[in-house]
Design a protein around this ligand. Structure first.
Ligand code: FAD
Ligand code: NAD
Length: 400
């Protein structure tokens, strides 16, 4: 029998970790492995709030794929996936196509806009490395403009974050920390800068521990952040956001963080999906497609304890990568006895900028310096799993 052709689409937490594991566990005579990704680097999506706010160099968040992947074992293709033709077992790319026997779809997420008018036109929605660079450059330009324009209009230095989920909170944490430095650099009085977080739900970080939410809000408010809670954004315009019953917050900077949906390739390829996410079988294959695994933000798994989907996180994507790789190895050996995915929730830790963070680890609540330390350890762990001690030393966070 010819050796199996395994194609992995997306080099994020799910795809990279699957590729690295397979490259170590499958010999060259067992299978051919191809990884396709838009860029020749992997970026740490979980760090992107930092380069977006300008508190971390963008380069620190990325890793050249060839630096961590054995490219003599894995064929790397830099290209954009447009669609999967499952009946032909082909992945259609911008510049060509790839045939597969087994496919892993790990293309991550895109912004959920709920069809709210003006979001794509007027808000920053891309949580990618290039998207983060764009936000940072725009923020810097707004400050640089302040002393160069006659009309110091309302909105010039008003920054709105849409959504007080973890992404919105982590981003405003970084930005609020950086504002004093920006004011100093560009000779801007601090009182001219306004930072809003607008949240539709009755609380920031809905569903998270209320005591820690209060800690986070108090801390952010002490840095000048204004929360508009219970206030859904209805529209984004060139001059700001329309909220609640029609009130306008004038702002030339709107950073969108109201949640995510699976990559558009999923729906375009005809997979049955909810908000772009496929409810995968327990072995992580797409229903009706025994040759297609879907992992990470494109996959949906129900937490039976509460009958709701697990939130899409890097933590679950990395665990899925492990199960997915094991199942591909089993299939390659001719076994049909596949592993069932089981999420092992290790907790949640969110940064608040500077040396501040909050989190729940096991049943323990942590905050301040302890949580900040833990957050850095989690970030370093992801690097360690991907590229061992060398990568961790090169790109890790060691603030102590
Ligand atoms: P990703 O890691 O996003 O990777 C997708 C890859 O696919 C990327 O390399 C992308 O370039 C590539 N790609 C996309 N489309 C195409 C295409 N058409 N063709 C080719 N390549 C393509 N989760 C946590 O567990 N902990 C955290 O602390 C945390 N913090 C976060 C902070 C921020 C600011 C954000 C935005 C998210 C955070 N998350 C966190 C969520 C976490 O980042 C995602 O759940 C995780 O990245 C999903 O992994 P993935 O492999 O599915 O996708
Ligand atoms: P989210 O879905 O967790 O939060 C989005 C927030 O936007 C919600 O609070 C929602 O009520 C609000 N919202 C929705 N529509 C709105 C509107 N019209 N106006 C105002 N507010 C609105 O999404 P996220 O924060 O982007 O996170 C995405 C995923 O990444 C989640 O699974 C999250 O857990 C994960 N993540 C984890 C971390 C961490 O663990 N440190 C950090 C960032 C993201």
């Amino acid at each position: 029998m010819n050796k199996a052709r395994i194609v992995i689409a997306g080099a994020g937490y799910g795809g990279m970790n699957t590729a690295v594991t397979l490259s170590k566990k499958l010999g060259p005579n067992d299978a051919s492995i191809t990884l396709v990704n838009k860029h020749d680097y992997h970026y740490q999506t979980t760090w992107l709030h930092e380069p977006a706010a300008g508190t971390l160099e963008p380069d620190r968040t990325r890793v050249k794929i060839a630096d961590v992947l054995n490219t003599s074992r894995v064929n790397f293709v830099q290209d954009e996936v447009l669609e999967v033709k499952t009946d032909e077992k082909k992945v259609m790319l911008k510049e060509g196509e790839l045939e597969y026997d087994y496919l892993v779809l790990a293309l991550g997420a895109t912004a959920e806009t709920f069809g709210i008018p003006g979001v794509h036109e007027h808000a920053f929605t891309k949580w990618t490395l290039n998207g983060a660079r764009q936000v940072k450059d725009h923020i810097d330009a707004q400050f640089a403009n302040y002393n160069n324009v006659e009309d110091k209009h309302e909105g010039l230095l008003t920054f709105v974050v849409a959504g007080a989920g973890f992404t919105g909170i982590e981003f405003i944490g970084e930005l609020s920390e950086r504002v004093p430095e920006l004011c100093k650099t560009y000779d801007v009085p601090r009182e001219k800068v306004r930072l809003f977080v607008v949240e539709a739900a009755p609380t920031a970080l809905p569903g998270f521990d209320p005591e820690l939410v209060e800690y986070a809000m108090n801390l952010l408010e002490s840095r000048g952040v204004e929360f508009k809670i219970n206030t859904p954004i209805k529209e984004v315009t060139a001059s700001g956001v329309i909220v609640g019953e029609g009130e306008e917050i004038k702002a030339e900077t709107v950073v969108w963080a109201t949640g995510v949906r699976g990559n558009p390739v999923i729906e375009k390829s005809g997979f049955e999906a909810m908000r772009g996410r496929v409810k995968v079988n327990p072995d992580l294959r797409a229903p009706g497609h025994d040759d297609v695994f879907i992992i990470g933000d494109c996959a949906l798994i129900i937490n039976e304890e509460i009958n709701r989907p697990y939130p899409p996180t890097a933590q679950i994507a990395m665990q899925m990568a492990k199960t997915c790789a094991n199942n591909l190895i089993a299939l390659n050996k001719g076994s049909t006895d596949l592993e069932t995915f089981k999420f092992d929730n290790k907790g949640t830790v969110a940064s608040l900028g500077g040396k501040q963070a909050i989190g729940v680890v096991g049943s323990r609540k942590i905050y301040g310096g302890t949580a900040n330390f833990m957050k850095k350890m989690i970030d370093n762990r992801a690097l360690f799993i991907l590229g061992g001690p060398l990568l961790t030393l090169k790109k890790g966070k060691f603030p102590f």
